[in-house]
Design a binder for this molecule. Structure first.
Ligand code: ZN
Length: 259
């Protein structure tokens, strides 16, 4: 059965695509390639309820899926798996305060970032159903991705932070998303592995004033992304986690510092 592809809008047979790229959750799959989504009792017991294959929805035709998977391939290789990344220190500080990714291809990485924002916005399945950037921004992002024309740094910029206490892939079952508003601008956060990706939903985000230091961290044409270390407890996710994951074992909760 054909339906409208959300990206190119032609009537095609749609692929049952992952809403977020599968590689982001790779470490959460078991050896039989089942997603350990609900397996959150802290045990490794195979009898735990497992969700097959993560979160999928029929959104894209084959051509568009191929287009986006090129971006995923790039990000997987150059950002997630083998990043050129260094810790950033500061005189007088004992520990590094952040980190820096270098040598990224601006156009491709920017398009990858925007593809995540667009995908969770158009997806209608849980846990993405509550996230929307609105029609106007969705359409703008769709055009950017369709024409593969990466916009300027300040267009839908993404601020990245990471909790060093959370090991990669160990914690997260279901993809978490969070939307809030800051000075009238919508902020959409995606929890990507152990990182918080916070998108400012604006065609032209403010690069001066109180947000100027954040603006310096965004992916820039020189191929650098900066990120800051951050405590999970200081994020909007903390409440959400404590509420949604009340079935976790005491041991597992203690690890996260949850009550
Ligand atoms: Zn398409």
């Amino acid at each position: 059965m054909n339906a409208e592809c959300r990206l190119c809008q032609s009537q095609e047979e749609l692929r049952n695509s992952h809403v977020l790229p599968e590689f982001l959750y790779e470490s959460l799959y078991d050896e039989k390639h089942r997603f350990k989504a609900i397996h959150m009792d802290g045990s490794e017991s195979p009898s735990s309820r497992l969700e097959q294959k993560g979160y999928r929805e029929r959104l894209l035709c084959q051509k568009c899926e191929t287009k986006l998977s090129r971006l995923e391939g790039y990000a997987s290789k150059n950002y997630f798996v083998a990043p050129d990344r260094v810790n950033l220190g500061m005189a007088g500080l004992e520990r590094p305060y952040g980190f820096e990714y270098r040598g990224l291809e601006y156009e491709t990485m920017k398009l990858f970032q925007l593809s995540l924002l667009w995908r969770i916005s158009v997806a209608t399945i849980k846990p993405f159903s509550g996230v929307s950037v609105g029609q106007e921004h969705e359409e703008r992002l769709r055009n950017i991705l369709l024409t593969e024309n990466a916009p300027a740094v300040e267009a839908y910029p993404c601020f990245i932070s990471e909790d060093p206490a959370i090991p990669r892939g160990e914690l997260w079952g279901s993809p978490l998303t969070h939307t809030e508003s800051s000075n009238g601008t919508q902020i959409v956060t995606i929890f990507v592995d152990n990182q918080f990706w916070q998108f400012e939903v604006a065609e032209r985000a403010n690069t001066s004033g109180p947000g100027a230091s954040i603006a310096k961290t965004w992916l820039a044409p020189d191929g650098i992304i900066m990120g800051y270390w951050r405590n999970l407890k200081e994020t909007p996710f903390y409440e959400q986690l404590a509420q949604e994951q009340s079935q976790w074992s005491d041991e597992f909760k203690a690890k996260l510092g949850l009550p």
